[in-house]
Write a protein that binds this ligand. Sequence first.
Ligand code: FE
Ligand code: FE
Ligand code: ZN
Length: 282
Amino acid sequence: MNDTFLMGCHLSVAHGFAAMARTAVRIDANVIQCFIRNPRGGQMRAIDAEDIAEYRRIAAEHGFAPLIVHAPYTVNPCSDKPETRELARRFFTEELDRLELIPGSLYNFHPGSHVGQGVEEGIRLIVELLNAVMPHAKSTTVLLETMAGKGSEVGRTFEELREIMDRAEQGDRLGVTLDTCHISDGGYDVVGKLDAVLETFDRVVGLSRLHAIHLNDSKNPLGAHKDRHARIGEGMLGTDAIARIINHPKLRALPFCLETPQDDDDGYGREIALLRSLRTPV
Ligand code: FE
Ligand code: FE
Ligand code: ZN
């Protein structure tokens, strides 16, 4: 049985896609997440077909998981300001168009914050944005990220994510990224009740809709609604709980991506080595 451990981290594409892929190989990562523009906004780099071809060659040679592109997190898809929502729509559209150069990628986004308009209105605005941008996701799977419930964030509960997927026009093509820090902060006990949390996820969203795991420890306790990531084993989840997550029969085939606070890529490399040592054979 193929039991490849897809384990990697968030990297910078500042020096190009091929350089990013070479960094991944150096630190033993076969999963990459990146922003394709400054997360605060700004222009995307000009297309370098040669660079993208080299990235795809390295990714194929080393059996990388699909590239995960993280949407800029400062553009709020369910803002109360039309110009902010329009910016989100423009960024998502441009990035999804660009991603067709790397077919079969994943595009992960934060549903956003309803800023006092209420969850219902927030969900309506997110669905409106998805209806506009999904036609641009031809070969890309768009993923909603589970959120910590900080402030007025939408997407803290699995039910909210399900409602967005049910109401969006191409909602059957949407998936979910589960962030272990976020769901713990959101109130799901992944330390004490992992099986029950996954059963709930399966019932509400469906495990077949789960495409990636953001593997992070949390600086804060269960239900804190904070969203501050900790290094693996240095937070409230702890190494044992993280080991159960990467080895869980329902999760182990998924790509795992670290978003832990590191000083440099070698910090990720050390964490990836630790996690590879915690992986148990089937
Ligand atoms: Fe995120
Ligand atoms: Fe995340
Ligand atoms: Zn986070």
